[in-house]
Ligand binder design. Structure first.
Ligand code: BGC
Length: 441
């Protein structure tokens, strides 16, 4: 049996990722909380992981004790600016204490400034549909970065703008539950303007900052490679879902299926690319599906599926995502800002994790500049419209009692972080079913 270790470059960042609303608890002043109270989600966020009441400390402890050296989290706009004309200095102070707590434990913070939630006052005033949001977001960013810059210099302006716009305004699973592609595209354009404004503002407030955003990137394949219609639908979906932000950051022009937006100030606004990769889609032309633009998006029938079939375990997709990033932005650092899987009994997670780390290692060996990896997530947390039905944590959480229980994957990830690599011994111990694939004899 071959013995080997796939090592990563020195200084590689290993962490876990979270978002304020999903872990803090009692975030009552944003649009998601309101949406949850009206029965749109599978359960409510409630106390979540209870971070706001102080449990961030024990979770940071867990992360540090398991060899991680970085941590991605987000700040909650509605806490920092509870009303348009009011800043909550205590909330900012609490975030300062949290970020200081990361440094004390040897964890480099990566802070996201917008992760799906908006203050209620913003949502009531029209949210991201009105261009007025751009100046409001910039103001919030200046204030927040000014207050936290002592403890953070790695920023993510907006998490998954494509998911925010499409889920909220095209298929409606996120608030405000709208089904209108034109409005979705308008929202995405405003997210891009806001990202660009934030990028420039952060560099003014903190010249040495490294600023980017997190792109939810979906590699896609036509189901029947020979079919021109499958290929056409694949190209339309791929461009529509993935390319709005990347095209604009390359050229200053945001291309969408409904036309172009000229946003020159967006050109070049990233110091790294944040890549969120979960799975890869298979696209088929379907004459009987006019509602979804004659497109069926799915996974291969024989795929290795997660608990609720939300994710198919396709590690090669992470490799092709990194390849795409490295070729689109030569030389630009890449951070895998999210990757993970829902697996309550942890049967699938070890092989998902090992397979994806292996593919990331393959990418690193082409000298594609991947500098870090953030697993989603340290502890089970509130999964948006899916609520508590999906368990992404290395640690299981009982939201009632707040008791955390370590899953085997937590030990596997700790071994990876401590080794700065993935070894054949680890794979043999935690997921022997993929040994031959990862370490062929
Ligand atoms: C989001 C996270 C979410 C994860 C798993 C990503 O799209 O950024 O907030 O929890 O997927 O569902």
């Amino acid at each position: 049996m071959p013995k080997a270790t796939y090592h990563f470059p020195r200084g590689f960042l290993w962490g876990t990722a979270s978002a304020a609303h999903q872990v803090e608890g009692d975030n009552k002043n944003n649009q998601w909380w309101a949406w949850e109270q009206t029965g749109h989600t599978n359960g409510t966020s409630g106390r979540a992981c209870d971070w706001w009441a102080g449990r961030w400390g024990e979770d940071f402890e867990r992360a540090a004790a398991s060899g991680q050296n970085a941590q991605r989290l987000s700040v909650e706009w509605s806490r920092i600016q509870p009303a348009p004309n009011r800043w909550d200095e205590d909330a900012l102070e609490r975030y300062r204490v949290m970020l200081k707590g990361l440094h004390e434990r040897g964890l480099t913070p990566l802070v996201t400034l917008h992760h799906f939630t908006d203050p209620l006052w913003l949502a009531e005033f029209g949210g991201w549909e009105s261009e007025a949001v751009v100046a409001l977001f910039e103001k919030f960013v200046r204030k927040t970065v000014g207050a936290l810059k002592e403890f953070c210099s790695l920023w993510c302006t907006i998490n998954e703008p494509n998911v925010y716009a499409l889920s909220g305004y095209a298929h409606g699973a996120f608030p405000p539950g709208v089904n209108n592609l034109k409005r979705a595209v308008q929202v995405e354009a405003n997210l891009l303007r806001a990202h660009a404004a934030a990028y420039h503002a952060i560099h003014e407030v903190q010249p040495q900052a490294r600023v980017g955003y997190a792109l939810h990137y979906r590699p896609m394949l036509p189901k029947r490679a020979w079919s021109p219609l499958d290929r056409l639908m694949r190209n339309i979906s791929y461009t529509g879902i993935n390319m709005a932000f990347p095209s604009a950051i390359s050229t200053g022009v945001m291309k969408t299926p409904l036309g172009k937006f000229i946003i020159p100030e967006a050109k070049g606004t990233q110091d790294y690319l944040g890549l969120n990769y979960y799975s890869q889609d298979t696209i088929t032309f379907n004459l009987f599906n006019p509602k979804h633009l004659f497109t069926h998006m799915g996974f291969p029938a024989d795929a290795d599926f997660s608990d609720t079939k939300f994710i198919a375990n396709i590690p090669e997709g992470l490799y092709s995502s990194i390849k795409w990033a490295a070729h689109t932005y030569p030389g630009l650092p890449i951070l895998v800002t999210e990757n993970g899987v829902e697996s309550a009994d942890d049967r699938m997670r070890p092989r998902y994790l090992a397979g994806h780390i292996h593919q990331m290692w393959r990418a690193v060996n082409f000298n594609w500049p991947v500098q870090g990896y953030f697993h989603w997530s340290l502890v089970d947390n509130f999964e948006w419209e899916r609520g508590w039905t999906q368990r992404f944590g290395l640690w299981a959480l009982d939201p009632e009692t707040q008791i955390r229980t370590k899953r085997p994957s937590a030990d596997l990830y700790a071994d990876i972080c401590n080794e700065n690599g993935l070894s054949s011994d680890m794979v043999q111990k935690y997921c022997p079913e993929v040994f031959e694939k990862l370490f062929p004899s």
